[in-house]
Design a protein around this ligand. Structure first.
Ligand SMILES: Cc1cc2nc3c(=O)[nH]c(=O)nc-3n(C[C@H](O)[C@H](O)[C@H](O)COP(=O)(O)OP(=O)(O)OC[C@H]3O[C@@H](n4cnc5c(N)ncnc54)[C@H](O)[C@@H]3O)c2cc1C
Length: 415
């Protein structure tokens, strides 16, 4: 059977709502087995994404859940045949867990980024090279095409992301944090953990002794000959970057907070988790639903248009479904004061939300918690059982983490 008979893949990611994500999941499920394992590394271009799911933006905002991808793969293929697909889904979880245990890597990224942005103001030559890269004017056809694809669709194939990051660091010799920032702000799946740690991995900051070098022959092979870069135009080696700081040992995972079962509650939905129907909040006395009114900034510079649009529509879809599920019209909240007003108007004493992963969502929680406390409101950050079960295994490398997949699946009753 041909690829197109099996799955006719749209050239752009599916619409930012759960329904479209579930349809995509259903259509891609037959391909999650051996075919995914052998074909996933090919970047056939934006017109043909039939070999990969393109569900990352939905999963990143939890319009569709990791457990739903895993269960679909298990049902259709079993753990062995769908091993590769399931492992890829678990890479996201691993990166999130790894950063959760080591939040100082996120603080380090932010301060290095600030310094690099300042340096652009002081070093004209650096700024010109940076602008040429961001605008796809480097003269390297493949790189310039990926910039254009990123700006137009908010998406790049995994292999293209690896080549892009490697060329950025080793051929264009630009600071890695500026490239990571460009991705984070423009990718519709822009995710602090997967993005920062993948860039660190390419630059040799993540795994001792490992860097990633983009090779002309590899680009030609895995783009099916769409690009044939001149080997002489690309860097020939990839020495590890210097780690900036010594970091503390991994911290222990904070336990999820337990709500007061009888307290009148307000549900607060944000872009990190847009499936409130599975927060098990029906057991609580929910009096109102509010949602984050617009996308959060992901850095000092502006959020890309595709990422902004995707997140906005995803938020509205999450709010609509949560409102329908709990029997209220969800109210938009642009500031924490809106959450406080909404809670007061219905007599809520407790704010229920999902704990954001390390990144901009979590950064704003301490001041929010303090303001809520001043207003007599308790903030309860719930934690999904998927995260709670997997994250403690993110203490070392992915090899150890992936060996825990069958145990965790048993624990989560995924089989
Ligand atoms: C430099 C760099 C930056 C990246 N930045 C991000 C980012 O900001 N956000 C993001 O979601 N992913 C990021 N990735 C990981 C990966 O490229 C994307 O998750 C993947 O390309 C998404 O496409 P897909 O949904 O078709 O994946 P599929 O191949 O269909 O995989 C299924 C699911 O597994 C997960 N997944 C697959 N590959 C990876 C991976 N390498 N790491 C983590 N999870 C993975 C995703 O949730 C994905 O939806 C980055 C990778 C690199 C090399």
């Amino acid at each position: 059977m041909s690829q197109t008979e099996l799955f006719s893949a749209p050239s752009v990611p599916p619409t930012p709502d759960r329904q479209a994500g579930l349809e995509r999941l259903k259509a891609f499920t037959p391909l999650m087995g051996r075919r995914y394992a052998t074909q996933r590394n090919f970047d056939f271009g934006p017109e043909d994404r039939s070999n990969i799911s393109m569900l990352s933006a939905h999963v990143r905002h939890r319009l569709v859940l990791e457990s739903e991808l895993a269960q679909a793969a298990l049902n259709a293929h079993g753990l062995q045949a769908a091993e590769k697909f399931i492992q890829e889904v678990c890479w996201r979880t691993y990166w999130k867990g790894w950063l959760e245990l080591r939040p100082s890597r996120w603080s380090e990224y932010k301060s290095e980024l600030s310094q690099a942005l300042n340096a652009l103001g002081e070093d004209d030559a650096l700024r010109r090279r940076y602008e040429a890269a961001c605008e796809g004017r480097t003269g390297l056809d493949c790189f310039d095409a990926w910039v254009s694809e990123l700006m137009q669709t908010g998406y790049l194939h995994n292999h293209a992301r690896m080549w892009f990051a490697s060329i950025w660091i080793y051929t264009l010799e630009l600071p890695w944090v500026l490239g990571a920032d460009l991705f984070l702000r423009h990718l519709i799946d822009g995710d602090p953990a997967s993005n920062t740690l993948s860039w660190r991995w390419v630059g040799g900051l993540q795994t001792a002794g490992k860097t990633y070098l983009a090779r002309a022959s590899n680009i030609e092979k895995y783009t099916g000959g769409r690009f044939t870069p001149d080997a002489g135009a690309l860097a020939h080696d990839a020495p590890p970057l210097d780690p900036a700081l010594q970091h503390p040992a991994p911290q222990t995972l904070a336990a999820g907070e337990t709500p007061d079962p009888d307290a009148p509650s307000l549900l607060w939905i944000h872009e990190e988790d847009l499936h409130a129907e599975s927060w098990a909040a029906e057991k609580r006395d929910v009096r109102a639903v509010v949602y984050q009114a617009g996308p959060l900034p992901r850095g000092e510079l502006a959020l890309g248009a595709c990422a902004s649009r995707f997140t906005q529509q995803a938020l509205e879809d999450g709010a609509r479904r949560a409102g329908a599920h709990f029997g209220y019209t969800a109210q938009a909240s642009a500031h924490i004061e809106d959450v406080i007003d909404a809670a007061r108007s219905v007599g809520a004493k407790q704010i229920l939300t999902q704990r954001p992963a390390v990144g901009p969502g979590l950064d704003r929680m301490p001041p929010y918690r303090a303001k809520l406390a001043q207003a007599g409101l308790t903030l309860i950050e719930l934690r999904r059982s998927w995260d709670a079960a997997f994250h403690p295994y993110a203490t070392k490398g992915f090899f150890k983490f992936k060996s825990a997949i069958p145990t965790v699946f048993d624990q989560l009753s995924l089989n």
